[in-house]
Design a protein around this ligand. Structure first.
Ligand code: DAH
Length: 343
């Protein structure tokens, strides 16, 4: 029997491949691939023979080779898709999934007590017509001290209290009062501003944290008096702590106000009868305030002969501690969920 030509063998292979049963599993699939398309597989060996085939046979043989290879690749790919689908289907049928089991409940976060108190205070003042302003925490000496009429030797300028930034002529603001100066320069009078934010001091114990929050407020208009200050603060305090809460002003000194005052509220714990928190005085100090100093106005190009104003500032942590009966300021910043979950 004469040896078969390459074309005849390719035709035989094509017929053989066409009648192959589809593989029943992945092992059979792989065996088929190796047998025909592997390095030493039938198709690969025949394609090597192409080189030595007679020239006139080459086009027909090449076409046949392509058909056989293409047909095989398609068949194997379809088998692979079918086997994967069957495998997934089997897994779905065999796995048990109890849709009646209760799910895990998502945990909801809550507002941090400091943020909540701050919002409450800002809300009370915006309700009285104040606009909210913010200033930078990295501040210049000018806005933090100079523009607020701080004499050069004032103790608050001491390195002990202020975080000075090295390399740049900046500091971390020690209070929110610089926003007064910024807002006056930006808008000019008349003006009512409330300025909440973070402030920084080199200080840490159970009632001091190196970072804490303050709210600053001020009003400038024609003929503003100490009476306007007291009325505004009384309205604020009674909205915050209830209508029975009383306030009193004691003379005090802050460089940026004249006269200056410290503001006490009747003790929110004992109602004024005297307790451990108010040290049996019946009063709690919660605010600094006063009439804006003419030098502060002049520094912001506002004529103190035409305009007058009051300003006040308070620490949020102190107000929150009194409101919630917390006796260690650090609890607010330790992020212990057992503490935070109580609010
Ligand atoms: N800036 C002061 C501080 O940080 C608080 C303060 C006192 C603000 C009196 C004022 C004020 O506006 O009039 O301690």
């Amino acid at each position: 029997m004469a040896a078969q030509t390459l074309i005849e063998r390719l035709q035989g292979l094509k017929a053989q491949v066409a009648s192959l049963p589809s593989p029943a599993d992945e092992r059979e699939l792989e065996a088929l691939r190796v047998k025909y398309l592997g390095k030493k597989g039938t198709v690969s060996l025949l394609s090597q023979e192409m080189a030595s085939a007679p020239k006139d046979e080459k086009p027909v043989a090449g076409k046949l080779l392509q058909e056989v290879r293409g047909g095989l690749e398609t068949m194997l790919e379809q088998a692979r898709v079918r086997l994967t689908r069957e495998k997934i289907q089997k897994e779905i049928e065999q796995e048990f999934f109890d849709i009646s089991l209760p799910g895990s409940e998502p945990e909801f976060g809550a507002r941090h007590p400091i943020a909540a108190v701050m919002d409450e205070i800002v809300d009370i003042f915006t309700g009285m017509g104040f606009q909210v302003e913010e200033g930078p925490e990295v501040e210049s000496d000018y806005y933090n001290f100079e523009g607020l009429n701080f004499p050069a030797e004032h103790p608050a300028r001491d390195m002990q209290d202020t975080f000075h930034l090295t390399n740049i002529e900046r500091l971390l603001r020690t209070h929110t009062s610089p926003v007064q100066v910024r807002a006056m320069q930006k808008y000019g009078p008349p003006l009512s501003v409330i300025a909440p934010g973070k402030v920084y001091r080199c200080d840490a114990d159970i009632t001091h944290s190196p970072m804490f929050h303050q709210i600053e407020g001020f009003t400038i208009d024609k003929k503003i008096t100490m009476g306007d200050l007291k009325g505004t603060l009384q309205t604020f305090i009674q909205r915050l702590y209830g209508p029975k809460t009383a306030i009193r002003l004691r003379p005090s000194f802050f460089p940026f106000v004249e006269p200056g005052a410290e503001v006490d509220v009747s003790c929110v714990i004992c109602g004024g009868k005297g307790c451990r928190v108010c040290k049996h005085t019946g009063w709690l100090e919660i605010l600094g305030a006063g009439m804006i100093h003419p030098n502060v106005m002049r520094a912001s190009k506002i004529d103190p002969a035409q305009w007058s104003g009051f300003a006040f500032g308070m620490g949020i942590e102190r107000i929150a501690m009194l409101k919630y009966g917390v006796d260690d300021i650090r609890l607010f910043f330790e992020n212990d969920l057992r503490f935070l979950r109580q609010f």
